[in-house]
Design a protein around this ligand. Structure first.
Ligand code: AMP
Ligand code: MG
Length: 431
């Protein structure tokens, strides 16, 4: 499968043993898309904070040990573990604070009052918590035998000099900003931002600010797409809502493809549409049209668009269904992970998925994967469970607003009784 080109698949679908565009399992569609993704290669150097959500273009090596000196993990007293058996009484020779070391070393029978982060004085290898000693003048006595070498953070135990701290292909998160700052590094090399252009298609669409005529709906897909793309940290190019008009659609499609790495459209890929998008995509690119065995979100198109000779550039194309819930479901099931790959991330993790008890009955048809909208909640017995949001129609966008997860029901699953174990994909923080 890997060696087959897009144009081969499109011109001769039967060249692939088990390829049926009219009944495409979810996992297979994902796998297909994966083999054609070519990540961005251009890089830029950014100040550390601006790298949040971007993908590292080069390994970051540790220029030092972190921590770079042995220090105390507790407020207490630092001493040599050899003294544990010899003496229960130690003389306090001075203090070591974080940022203010005790410069002299200590001898047998001596200790130093030390605070968390304070540098271990020479001659000391163990810290006893202050709560485990009795202080008598400038002497301390253990109230509990300490463990040798306890409560010390050793140089290099977090990061070792010269080792890879974060590898190229890693997406920067909050902890990573701190980690890189802890090395004293202020700039990092990342892949350039992915540019994503999108537009809605449909004669019935009205944009916000204009009164609705009879038979019109406000274009909501451009808003959910904006939200989802924004969370991914890509550069967004909103091309508007375009009527089902061949010339207008062609102009918009080519303009989108010449400006962006990825073009996303919603609507116009289902059966019974005026077929303009299909015509245009056949003329300007190689695009596969599928009926995916899923609900919501049956029609889906993926491929590449040539944006004209002068640019010599192919844009990835995702044709999403028009129904508002289907747009979001197909985005999370196919586009999100593909986008992370295109942004340069190595092996992006799928949405976190686990099994929980569902507290209500579920209606489900076999033969397709359903992504019902669910609410994960902590039940009175303290266990996390899930219940469906209610009506599950593909146009009921309020179900996505209520939901904090998808309830993923495989092709083989049918109706379920309350109490059944179901798989959920967590959405909180994504939508
Ligand atoms: P389509 O896939 O174009 O046949 O659209 C399927 C359904 O989704 C129709 O009811 C459309 O009115 C609706 N729809 C399509 N695009 C949008 C949009 N951008 N915003 C809201 N609803 C839409
Ligand atoms: Mg339409």
């Amino acid at each position: 499968m890997v060696d087959t080109s897009l144009s081969e698949i499109i011109s001769n679908p039967s060249c692939m043993d088990d390829y049926d565009p009219n009944s495409m399992p979810v996992a297979k569609a994902r796998q297909f898309i994966k083999q054609f993704l070519s990540p961005v290669i251009a890089t830029e150097v950014l100040p550390l904070r601006e790298s949040l959500g971007r993908v590292l273009a080069a390994d970051i090596l540790s220029p030092a040990n972190v921590p770079n000196y042995d220090n105390s993990a507790m407020d207490g007293y630092a001493f040599n573990s050899a003294d544990i058996s010899q003496s229960t009484e130690l003389k306090v020779m001075g203090s070591a604070f974080a940022g203010k070391a005790f410069v002299d070393g200590i001898q047998s029978g001596e200790c130093v009052r030390i605070m968390t982060g304070g540098m271990m004085p020479k001659g000391a290898d163990t810290v006893i918590m202050q709560e485990r000693v009795k202080v008598e003048g400038n002497l301390i006595r253990f109230t509990e035998a300490p463990k040798p070498k306890a409560n010390v953070r050793y140089a290099g135990e977090d990061l070792q000099l010269g080792k890879i701290v974060l590898a190229a292909g890693h997406m920067m998160r909050a902890a990573d900003l701190g980690l890189i700052a802890s090395l004293g590094i202020g700039e990092v090399s990342v892949y350039r931002q992915l540019k994503v252009a999108f537009f809605s298609t449909g004669d019935e669409l009205a944009s916000i600010g204009k009164p609705l005529q009879e038979g019109q709906v406000y274009d909501s897909n451009r808003y959910t797409l904006y939200g989802m793309l924004n969370r991914l940290g890509v550069e967004i190019i909103d091309m508007g809502a375009i009527a089902d008009d061949l010339e207008l659609l062609e102009k918009t499609l080519l303009s989108a493809a010449s400006q962006a790495d990825v073009v996303i459209t919603s609507g116009g890929v289902s059966v019974g549409e005026a077929d303009y998008m299909k015509q245009l995509l056949a003329k300007h690119g190689q695009v596969m049209f599928w009926k995916v065995a899923m609900k919501p979100g049956r029609p889906l198109a993926y491929g590449k668009i040539q944006a004209g000779l002068q640019t010599n550039h192919d844009a990835h194309y995702f044709g999403l269904p028009g129904n508002p819930v289907a747009v979001m479901v197909t985005f999370y099931q196919f586009v999100r992970e593909a986008m992370l790959v295109l942004m340069g991330q190595t092996n992006p993790a799928p949405l976190p998925t686990f099994n929980v008890v569902c507290t209500e009955n579920i209606k489900k048809q076999t033969g397709r994967t359903e992504f019902q909208r669910g609410i994960l909640f902590a039940d009175i017995d303290g266990l996390w469970k899930v219940k469906p949001t209610g009506a599950q129609g593909s146009a009921i966008l309020s179900s996505m607003s209520l939901a904090n997860c998808f309830i993923v029901l495989d092709e083989s699953v049918g109706n379920l009784d309350a109490g059944a174990i179901v798989q959920v994909q967590v959405l909180d923080g994504l939508v």
